[in-house]
Ligand binder design. Structure first.
Ligand SMILES: Cc1ncc(COP(=O)(O)O)c(C=O)c1O
Length: 400
């Protein structure tokens, strides 16, 4: 008898229903593959929403975690530990920035970015007290805190969670003119995803990010790039901004930084920006803990080889070519960059959820975003044959 149905029920019984997972119960994983409680194997084409860019249980990351578990796991930032300096120095170098501030989740990195930008606005730019505004984009996804959902345009994410945090202006994504109009003398930052992941891997027009950079420079506004999902190799470069020749003032990083083992996020910026924070003004008990730093330093070293960015760029070509061939055969559009793709399924055919359920039955795990859109973000360790396999399964699902 299959163990999955009872295990699914069991998992739902004592939890809030804030997710609607596919009915698969995973018990082990390696590389791009996971195995469920009934021994069935699936190709993981979600990779923890890009938190597993290096695949499940990458040997170098597991070794770093094991070694650290045997020595020291937590000190709090009340003391300094011996993994901290390497992590900060190497991540700062990867980002081309002077400083980093480690936190845990992506939402915390975003909150940190907002606090830093506001403080910079008051102390450096000279914005009158309490008047700072930050411009964000429609369709954004930056996390789930009360401040962040205050400027979400997704009603599911936002409704009934007010009163909302003021100080945000929402403009259409990809529209430079609207952005220029929204920025005023009290604007401290423009906060954007260089590619909108949750919205369905939406890539902005090519002149958009360079235009945002120029506008921010001209108007003395910080450009904050939320690279929590797009960064660290996903798009075929270390940062999605890099592919547009753009350097933001602040990177927000998360997900893959923890190597799929521990939650690690960070803000990276130069000292004239991050230096506005003084002791007692921001922090986190777990942020920058020894285990997190040991794993994340290894993540940074893997990225410093350039191998994963290269794989993502090269194999991404193959993935996108395979997907583009399905346009008109059940797909209406394909977007993305590197090993990251948003697919719009013909809504007359099926919902994104139904497609993901059928993919699951065929041994491929993916996740719908909105309506008939699904997102593919396999580990960057996936092979060419595995990509072909995923595309073949999708073709079979679309062919009904
Ligand atoms: C672009 C972006 N920012 C922030 C977050 C929030 O990260 P977390 O879920 O770790 O809080 C996400 C999560 O999907 C994201 O995609």
């Amino acid at each position: 008898m299959l163990r999955t149905p009872a295990a699914v029920q069991d998992a739902e019984r004592h939890t809030a229903h804030n997710y609607h997972p596919l009915p698969v119960v995973i018990s082990s994983a390696e590389g791009a593959w996971v195995t469920d409680v009934d021994g069935r194997r699936y190709l993981d084409c979600l990779a923890g929403y890009s938190a597993l860019n290096f695949g499940h249980r990458h040997p170098a990351l597991i070794a770093a975690a094991h070694a650290q578990l045997d020595r020291l796991t937590l000190t709090s930032r009340a003391f300094i530990h011996d993994q901290f300096a390497d992590f900060c120095r190497e991540l700062a170098a990867l980002c081309g920035k002077e400083l980093v501030l480690p936190m845990n989740t992506g939402a915390e990195a975003v909150e940190t970015g907002i606090k830093v930008a506001r403080k910079w606005g008051y102390q450096v730019k000279g914005v009158p007290a309490g008047q700072a505004n930050i411009v964000v984009a429609e369709g954004n996804f930056h996390g789930r805190t009360t401040t962040i959902v205050s400027f979400s345009t997704d009603e599911d994410a936002r409704a009934d969670f007010g009163p909302y945090t003021p100080g945000f202006r929402v403009v259409p994504y990809g529209d430079l003119a609207a952005l220029a109009e929204a920025v005023d003398e009290h604007t401290v930052a423009v906060l954007l995803e260089p590619i909108q992941g949750e919205q369905g891997v939406v890539v902005p027009p090519t002149d958009y990010l360079p235009g945002v950079r120029q506008l921010c420079t001209e108007r003395n506004v910080l450009f904050i790039a939320d690279e929590i999902q797009s960064g660290l190799g996903r798009t075929g470069a270390t940062f999605a901004c890099e592919q547009e020749g753009v350097v933001p003032d602040m990177y927000l990083l998360g997900k893959a930084l923890g190597g799929g083992i521990v939650p690690v996020s960070a803000v990276a910026a130069d000292a004239d920006v991050l230096g506005v924070l003084k002791p007692g003004q921001h922090g986190s008990t777990f942020g920058g803990n020894p285990l997190a730093c040991a794993v994340a330093t290894e993540v940074v070293r893997l990225l410093a080889t350039g191998e994963f960015q290269r794989r993502s760029a090269e194999l991404g070509e193959r993935l996108h070519a395979g997907l583009r061939a399905l346009i008109g055969k059940g797909l209406v559009a394909v977007r993305g960059r590197g090993l990251w793709a948003g697919l719009d399924i013909d809504p007359a055919l099926m919902t994104g959820r139904a497609a993901c359920e059928r993919l699951m039955e065929r041994g491929v795990l993916a996740k719908d975003t909105h309506g008939s859109t699904i997102r593919l973000a396999p580990p960057l360790t996936i092979t060419a044959e595995e990509i072909d396999h995923a595309v073949e399964q999708l073709a079979a699902v679309l062919a009904g």
